[in-house]
Design a protein around this ligand. Sequence first.
Ligand code: ADP
Length: 166
Amino acid sequence: MRIGVYPGTFDPITNGHLDIILRSKPLFEKLYVVVPKNLNKKTLFTLEERVALLKEVLKDLDFVEVVSTDQLTVEFARSVGARFMLRGLRMLSDFEYEMQLSTLNHVLNPDVDTIFIMSSYEYSFLSSSSIKEIAVFKGDYERFVPKAVAEALKKKYENQTNSSGN
Ligand code: ADP
C-alpha cells in the first residue's frame, strides 16, 4: 500500500493545503495529515481546534486520516509504514527551508523520501499567515479558505475584539 504523510502546522488549513492534498490522491492509497504536538511556534488555533478543522474539511476524502503526534514526523512515518512525506512548494523562497527539512528528515530516516507538489498558480501566494493577517483587518479572506475555516476565523476574531473591549 502506498502510504504518505503530509505534516504541517495548518494554522489554519487553507485552499492551498487542500489543493495539495487533492492532487496527491493519485500518488497515495492512504495519506496521513499530521499535526505535530509541542510545536515551538505560537499558533492562533489550538492543536485541538486545528485538528478539528482539518477533520471537518477533509471528512469526505476516504484516503485521508487526520492525526496529531508528539513523535518526530519521520518517526511517525516509520510507525505507520509510510515511505513518503508530502510537502507543497510555492515560491522559490520555500525552497531553501524545504530542502533543508527534507534532507534532515532523510538523514534521520533514510527509508523516507519527501515528495513535493508545486502549488497551483491560483494558490501560489496563499499562506495561513496571510489569511490571518487579512482576517485581523476584516478583509475578504473567505474565498481563500474552506467554509468551516472562514467561520472559525470569524468567531476567533470576534471574540478577540470583544475580549479586548473594542
Ligand atoms: P509548516 O509549519 O510545517 O510549514 P504549514 O501549514 O505552513 O506548516 O505548511 C505545510 C505545508 O504546506 C508546507 O510544505 C507548505 O509549503 C505547504 N503549503 C502551505 N500553503 C500552501 C499553498 N498555498 N500552496 C501549496 N503548498 C502550501
